[in-house]
Write a protein that binds this ligand. Structure first.
Ligand SMILES: C[S@@+](CC[C@H](N)C(=O)[O-])C[C@H]1O[C@@H](n2cnc3c(N)ncnc32)[C@H](O)[C@@H]1O
Length: 437
């Protein structure tokens, strides 16, 4: 038997919200949710689930949701809400189930605050027919019953006079967002961060859409200051990062990626980070990488470079230079030569690596920048083993970035491919610095 639940979401990052909910449902093997009923314009989504356990698992990790409630009813106004609750065939059963539990009432609203407009005591009294016998407990009650009012905002700061809709439900699970994940991982409070650090909210959302799983290995090949490693660690993956820039990997003094993990009490999740050019990857080929999550260099704050000589003819023979009888390139302070590389080629390498190293159904998720030119088609990199599952866009003024999420379907998948074709029409870096003119 299934039961009705009400998901109360946040109206932000709408291009990512459904992908997060779907990915978390899939991660927990939840099949009863009818995503055809999902409405992008509404913060509410009524779903069917087997039980509270399923609801808890599904929503506890969510960042773009506030909470999930057992659904008791809804109406355009309070009389309609009361009628809807009492006419529901499950009403008597629900009431009995929790009648002796300690409880409290809470009020939530969307589209403005009801404070001042609603007489809360009178409102609570109007639910007397619930006949709860348990004690009212404001701290740690066994059950929280929630009234959620939806208003049409008059403007950005003011709610409408009367609610458009009122819901009633029993709180089953607050989301990670509601439980303070955004404050905890706020970049402002992070010991080690830099100009390339990725904000907390979307890095956690990315980890959810990438289905980073507890106890599995997550790899960020362009780790920088470790924002995605931090997000992966939060969801209890064992994380490994690498970056061509040793300064990023080492940090300074107490400001290191490791120190961030210590602050978040996630040290056990931190496997290690290493200085390495992704295109000359040294990770053991039998190391099982379950998920790849990253933010490759766009060439804006840092140019795209790989190991190698820009002008191989001029460099010829220099690899044999010796100092005091020792090959220079084997010395600890040797700085290898680097050559420029294109974003296209780097993303091709990333897709090839994911196809070769992820398990079947493992996910690769990465961010890709795009100039918002009407006349330039955005070509998404595709590999024949990888199914492109999501392409979630975050818009800025003249450019956007996309979270591209792929599932490794293996060599028999035979999907469309465009690796090796040089997809970019124009260099994103040049366009960025020219103000997209
Ligand atoms: C957009 S930043 C990623 C930032 C990271 N998400 C963070 O939290 O700081 C891209 C990173 O890729 C690194 N990078 C550039 N070329 C690379 C290469 N060939 N191999 C590995 N890392 C590279 C840069 O040093 C930079 O730190």
């Amino acid at each position: 038997m299934v039961k009705k639940y009400l998901v109360f979401m946040v109206q932000v990052h709408l291009n990512f919200r459904l992908a997060e909910l779907e990915s978390l449902a899939d991660l927990h093997g939840i099949k009863t949710v009818d995503f055809a009923q999902y409405d992008r314009d509404s913060p509410f989504f009524i779903v069917e689930l087997e039980n509270d356990e399923q609801a808890k698992k599904w929503i506890s990790r969510s960042i773009l949701t506030r909470a999930i409630y057992e659904y008791w009813g809804q109406g355009k106004d309070y009389p309609q809400l009361h009628a809807s609750m009492q006419n529901d065939s499950e009403f008597q059963h629900r009431k009995q189930e929790h009648c002796n539990a300690s409880f409290k009432f809470e009020f939530e609203s969307f589209g403005g605050s009801s404070s001042g407009k609603l007489d809360r005591v009178a409102c609570i009294e109007s639910f007397q027919y619930l006949d709860f016998k348990g004690p009212i407990r404001m701290k740690n009650p066994q059950q929280i019953f929630t009234v959620i009012e939806e208003y049409e905002p008059l403007n950005d700061n003011e709610a409408g006079e009367t609610p458009l809709r009122v819901f009633f439900g029993r709180e089953v699970q607050r989301s990670d967002r509601f439980c303070g994940a955004l404050e905890k991982y706020d970049l402002k409070k992070r010991p080690y961060k830099g100009t390339t650090s990725f904000e907390a909210e979307l890095s956690l959302v990315s980890a959810n859409i990438a289905q980073v799983k507890p106890g599995t290995i997550m790899y960020d090949p362009f780790a920088g200051t470790g924002s995605f490693l931090t997000a992966g660690g939060h969801y209890q993956a064992m994380v490994i990062g690498s970056d061509i820039d040793g300064r990023m990997i080492r940090g300074k003094g107490n400001q290191t990626i490791k120190a961030n993990f210590k602050k978040y009490k996630d040290s056990l999740q931190f496997l290690d980070v290493l200085t390495m050019d992704f295109t000359h990857n040294a990770l053991r080929s039998d190391l099982l990488i379950d998920t790849i999550l990253c933010d490759p260099p766009y060439g804006i704050r840092e140019s795209i470079k790989v190991l190698g000589a820009k002008d191989p003819e001029r460099f010829a023979g220099k690899e044999n230079v010796e100092i005091d009888g020792q090959k220079a390139y084997l010395m600890r302070d040797y700085i290898p030569t680097k050559k420029p590389y294109s974003l296209d080629a780097l993303l091709d390498d990333l897709l090839h690596f994911a196809a070769a190293r992820l398990p079947l159904n493992g996910r690769l998720a990465f961010w890709m920048p795009v100039a918002n030119d009407e006349d330039i088609e955005t070509i998404i990199p595709l590999h024949s083993n990888l199914e492109l599952k999501y392409n979630c866009v975050q818009e800025f003024n003249k450019w956007s970035r996309r979270l591209l999420v792929y599932i490794n379907r293996g060599p028999n998948f035979n999907g469309p491919a465009n690796v090796g074709l040089g997809r970019s029409k124009e260099k994103f870096r040049d366009r960025y610095f020219n103000g997209f003119n």
